[in-house]
Design a protein around this ligand. Structure first.
Ligand SMILES: *[C@@H]1O[C@H](CO)[C@@H](O)[C@H](O)[C@H]1NC(C)=O
Ligand SMILES: *[C@@H]1O[C@H](CO)[C@@H](O)[C@H](O)[C@H]1NC(C)=O
Ligand SMILES: *[C@@H]1O[C@H](CO)[C@@H](O)[C@H](O)[C@H]1NC(C)=O
Ligand SMILES: *[C@@H]1O[C@H](CO)[C@@H](O)[C@H](O)[C@H]1NC(C)=O
Length: 529
């Protein structure tokens, strides 16, 4: 566990005075730290390991093939994968899933096959449930199986946010019908004893004869919000998972931090209080899904603000900080992954924007959430365990505007990493990080910053950099790569410590390798750091 240290700011500041000059980034900061935090990383209390392929996108059916057909889009995916995370997961679906009345053809499966071959990207594919037309869903599933390599399909998702079906006009859905609908659909999609389907599906999924069923092919309940009750998750899995043939491979819920009302601002987006409540619930439904039924849970669609986002919130630097923090939150709650929704490439919250320039499809534009995804990938790399939960430090007298410290340890190299997120829009912080080991680590840590330019960083739409580098149209890099050094020293408790200044409204990634790996920091490979 990383523990919050109770301390007196004044004493702390005096103690740190000598260190401050040598600490990272001071030269870069105009603003002196307004508060100081101390976080201990307890080497003896490792937590959850973040699984490979944790990061992902969610994209509606329209234009999904462009992830391959626009080469720069694929380059951006490769960049996000270049830190060792394993392939990204692409969930194809959303509102378009239940509007899809046709069966996608080679124009979709061809590019997605090539994208898988080129990047290893794997898919969760939406099938129509809302129309209650199982024949259509079956054709959609069979077309995907015929058109894509089996290795590229993680699972099929049945319907989208069925908890909102009841509100839709002229719907025939209600709770009872939903259970029967899901159950009847999975059965129809999985088994060969439906004689009308056997002939057609023989070559695909009925290899084991007319009485066989294929289990574990589906993701559900694709719930619209992660606030679903533990009893609902239990009901869903009891019906569709455990007792009725284990149709479910994985469970999924969606997470939008807020809605588009005007009271949602860059500051409220980062508000810690609602996040704590929602993560308590996410932990509980992960418990039911994973521990009771053995099914991993993925937050297969998420983003800042539901219904396409909110201008000035979803497309500003606060969204980059939220993306980084929210990914770590889902990992800490036990989710096996996140999929940041792009809509059809034009929503305000999209990390990668598709747009036309003079009537011609232009190179994709990178928006603030991309930078949050990038720093997460740099922090987790080839595999990291969370060292306890995140530590939140209030930065003001009202016990709010938190600075968060996430501690990680690389499962392969033992390197320690901290992700520090200063959500306070006006106060710079001095973060003291210490490890309860007297030696064994390098004498210097490296510090990579994610910052936005200007006096009001949370609302910035441009001037966003990670390690000094910005990414423009089509992922084109600009700016000098900048990595700072932070000296490691002994602390009074027999551990090693370092101090990092974190400007208001910014994030930092601190890397402290084992002593013998120190040289590695000096020779960053392409795509690293
Ligand atoms: C659900 O709808 C069906 C008809 O479509 C009806 O028979 C049933 O009573 C309804 N159940 C509930 C709980 O409203
Ligand atoms: C689900 O389908 C199975 C057959 O595969 C059936 O035995 C069961 O009664 C169904 N459950 C519900 C709740 O519809
Ligand atoms: C749901 O959570 C409550 C506590 O909040 C607990 O008492 C109950 O047993 C849980 N139900 C299930 C199905 O896990
Ligand atoms: C604390 O909250 C009060 C009341 O909402 C507000 O007037 C005050 O400015 C806040 N103080 C800080 C340091 O943010």
């Amino acid at each position: 566990m990383a523990r919050k240290q109770q301390h007196n700011n004044h004493i702390c500041l005096i103690l740190l005075l000598g260190l401050a000059a040598a600490s990272a980034g001071l030269a870069q900061q105009q603003q002196a730290p307004a508060f100081t935090t101390v976080t201990m990383l307890d080497i003896d209390s490792p937590g959850k390991t973040i699984p490979q392929s944790f990061m992902g996108f969610s994209h509606e059916w329209p234009y999904v093939e462009e992830l391959y057909t626009i080469p720069q889009y694929m380059d951006i995916i490769k960049l996000l994968q270049s830190f060792g995370s394993g392939p990204l997961v692409l969930r194809v679906g959303g509102g378009s899933t239940d509007k899809l009345t046709t069966v996608p053809g080679p124009e979709v499966w061809g590019p997605l096959s090539k994208l898988h071959a080129a990047t290893g990207m794997k898919y969760i594919l939406g099938l129509n449930l809302f129309l209650n037309d199982v024949a259509l869903a079956r054709k959609q599933m069979d077309a995907a199986k015929a058109g894509l390599p089996a290795s590229s399909i993680i699972s099929f998702e049945i319907g989208n946010e069925p908890d909102y079906y009841f509100n839709k006009p002229s719907t025939h859905w209600n709770g009872t019908k939903l259970v029967a609908g899901w159950n009847g659909t999975t059965d129809y999609l999985s088994c060969c004893f439906h004689t009308e389907w056997y002939a057609m599906a023989e070559a695909l999924s009925c290899r084991n004869g007319p009485s066989s069923c294929e289990y574990g092919q589906f993701t559900g309940p694709v719930w619209g919000h992660l606030n679903l009750r533990n009893t609902t998750m239990d009901w869903f899995l009891k019906t569709n998972g455990k007792t009725n043939g284990k149709w479910v491979e994985m469970t999924s819920v969606h997470w939008y931090k807020a809605t588009s009302e005007t009271f949602n601002t860059p500051v409220t987006l980062l508000d810690e209080v609602p996040i704590r409540k929602e993560m308590t619930n996410l932990k509980e439904i992960v418990r039911v899904s994973e521990q009771v039924y053995g099914k991993p849970l993925r937050v297969a669609e998420m983003n800042t603000i539901s219904n396409s986002g909110r201008d000035g919130v979803s497309n500003v630097f606060a969204a980059a900080l939220w993306t980084l923090d929210a990914s770590l939150e889902v990992a800490a709650a036990g989710g096996v992954g996140v999929n940041f929704h792009q809509g059809a490439g034009q929503n305000l919250y999209a990390a990668i924007i598709r747009w036309y320039d003079n009537g011609r499809l232009a190179l994709p534009q990178l928006r603030p959430p991309f930078f949050g995804m990038l720093l997460f990938q740099m922090a987790v790399r080839g595999g990291s365990r969370l060292m306890g939960t995140q530590v939140t430090h209030a930065s003001d007298a009202n016990n709010s505007k938190f600075l968060k410290v996430w501690a990680l340890q690389d499962v392969q190299t033992g390197e320690l990493r901290w992700v520090i997120i200063n959500k306070d829009a006006s106060r710079a912080a001095s973060a003291v990080l210490w490890v309860n080991r007297p030696s064994g680590y390098a004498s210097e840590a490296s510090v990579i910053r994610m910052t936005a330019a200007g006096p009001n960083p949370l609302s910035a739409t441009s001037g966003i950099t990670v390690a000094g580098v910005s990414y423009g149209l089509g992922g084109a890099k600009s700016g000098e790569r900048r990595i700072e050094a932070a000296k490691v020293s002994k602390n009074a408790k027999g551990g090693q410590m370092l101090t990092v200044q974190v400007p208001a409204g910014s994030a930092a990634l601190v890397r402290l390798p084992l002593a013998k790996e120190q040289a590695a920091l000096r020779t960053p490979a392409a795509g690293s750091g």
